[in-house]
Design a protein around this ligand. Structure first.
Ligand code: ADP
Ligand code: MG
Length: 418
């Protein structure tokens, strides 16, 4: 009995370890596959090394659960690795008749996983359960038939054996459903988190749009004025050239504003960690937020920019900074100064975003980052939460210093990767 619980525990620990590492965004896709293989392999082998005995002394273990789940969620390569691992482990445990039974069972499982793993991800929860359980019943049904045929002719003993097998199938099925439920639940939470951050981004994009169109109108108006002047035949060549140059400059400015805005607005689903140059990112941040700041009468100042790189998804890094800067600007309804600076402290990169706005109360400071906390008429209270999540995903930390009536400073600390 203790060993049965041990089997369940081994599987659960491996699942949780997987999620703890999955939340670490610096893990690339190819390592993810390796990681699933490794964890399922460890779970499977430990289950086999610590099997449990029923009242008649028959040995069982739950190896089929890590094998199935690892293969179904991890894909064909993982399934193949697990198959080889299982056969080898079984071989070292003992080369006897049981070895062949295991081998055939493993082969059937491999075939099943090979066929089903490609459509497993898109399937609904109920389909996942039905298909996997159906498979477990089939494979153990085969077992029952085999044992029925090759073991004693004593009917009473056969009955005992059958009861014990049925018990084991029930235990396997229950554990499997439990584990699958946990996995799906966590996946659902991760998906939900991603959706919130996507929805919040859309909102920011639409709010920035107003200021962008406003900012684009200015250069267009200026250019129009120059073109009007150029219509006059009496101006000399020197002036004509000057007006043309100024018009071109203004048009370029309009183009830059639109391009910057669109690179932010472009949806990106992929999570592609790369080395981000802090100086470039801050320059981008200032460019994309300047129209919004101007509209609110806020001036953006860059105090100090240090060298250094952080690792993370570019779009997400931008999204988190934009959310914080946007709040800073919104905290200054009568205009003010937003100061952005970065510095290298020890092995970290520190980004400071400081406004001279309304500030926050002690209670607000403590609660900031939790969802739906807003003091704005049309606010959602999701901006800081999304920013905090993204920053944490990148291995960063946030500190807030704020005083009512004086202003707020957000300090972000990221590990410097170079
Ligand atoms: P929203 O901006 O939609 O209200 P956020 O999650 O971005 O949602 O911000 C939550 C709340 O935190 C804001 O409503 C505001 O009260 C407070 N806040 C955030 N940043 C600042 C800041 N720089 N100065 C003052 N208050 C802030
Ligand atoms: Mg906000």
């Amino acid at each position: 009995m203790i060993n049965l619980l041990l089997n369940v525990l081994i599987i659960l620990v491996c699942i949780f370890m997987y999620y703890i590492f999955l939340l670490n965004p610096s893990m690339e896709k190819k390592y993810r596959e390796l990681f699933i293989s490794l964890l399922s392999l460890v779970a499977m082998i430990l289950c086999m090394v610590f099997p449990y005995y029923d009242a008649n002394g028959t040995i069982y273990d739950l190896r089929i659960i890590p094998f199935l789940l690892g293969g179904l969620y991890g894909g064909r390569k993982v399934a193949l690795t697990l198959f080889i691992g299982l056969v080898l482990t079984r071989f070292f445990i003992g080369y006897n008749l049981g070895f062949y039974v295991t081998f055939i069972q493993a082969l059937i499982t491999l075939a099943f996983v090979y066929y089903f793993s490609s459509i497993f991800h898109q399937s609904k929860f109920s389909k996942k359960i039905v298909v996997s359980l159906g498979f477990i019943f089939v494979i153990w049904g085969l077992n029952v038939i085999i044992y029925w045929m090759i073991h004693t002719n004593d009917l009473q003993e056969k009955e005992l054996m059958l009861t014990s097998l049925v018990n084991h199938i029930l235990v396997t099925v229950l554990t499997f459903v439990l584990v699958l439920y946990i996995i799906e639940y966590i996946l659902q939470m991760l998906r939900f988190k991603k959706e919130i951050s996507g929805a919040e981004k859309l909102r920011v994009v639409s709010q920035l749009a107003a200021s962008v169109s406003h900012e684009v109108r200015n250069p267009l108006t200026v250019t129009r004025g120059f073109l009007q002047l150029l219509k006059d035949d009496s101006i000399d060549d020197q002036k004509r050239k000057e007006y043309l140059d100024l018009s071109l400059q203004e048009l370029d400015r309009a183009q830059t504003i639109i391009t910057d805005y669109l690179t932010y607005a472009k949806p990106s689903d992929e999570n592609k960690p790369e080395n981000l140059t802090i100086a470039t990112e801050i320059a981008y941040l200032v460019q994309v937020m300047t129209p919004y700041a101007l509209m609110q009468g806020v001036e953006i100042l860059i105090s100090n920019i240090s060298g250094g790189f952080v690792i993370g998804d570019r779009q997400k890094f931008r999204q988190s900074l934009i959310n914080i800067v946007k709040n800073g600007i919104e905290a200054m309804p009568n205009g003010g100064i937003l100061e952005i600076g970065t510095s290298n402290i020890n092995k970290d990169i520190v980004i400071s975003i400081k406004d001279t706005g309304i500030g926050m109360s002690q209670e607000q400071i403590q609660k900031i980052g939790t969802p739906f906390l807003t003091t704005k008429k049309t606010g959602t209270g999701l901006g800081t939460m999304v920013a905090y999540n993204l920053i944490r995903e990148m291995g960063g930390k946030v500190k807030v210093k704020s005083r009512r009536g004086t202003g707020t400073e957000f300090v972000l600390v990221f590990p410097n990767v170079k």
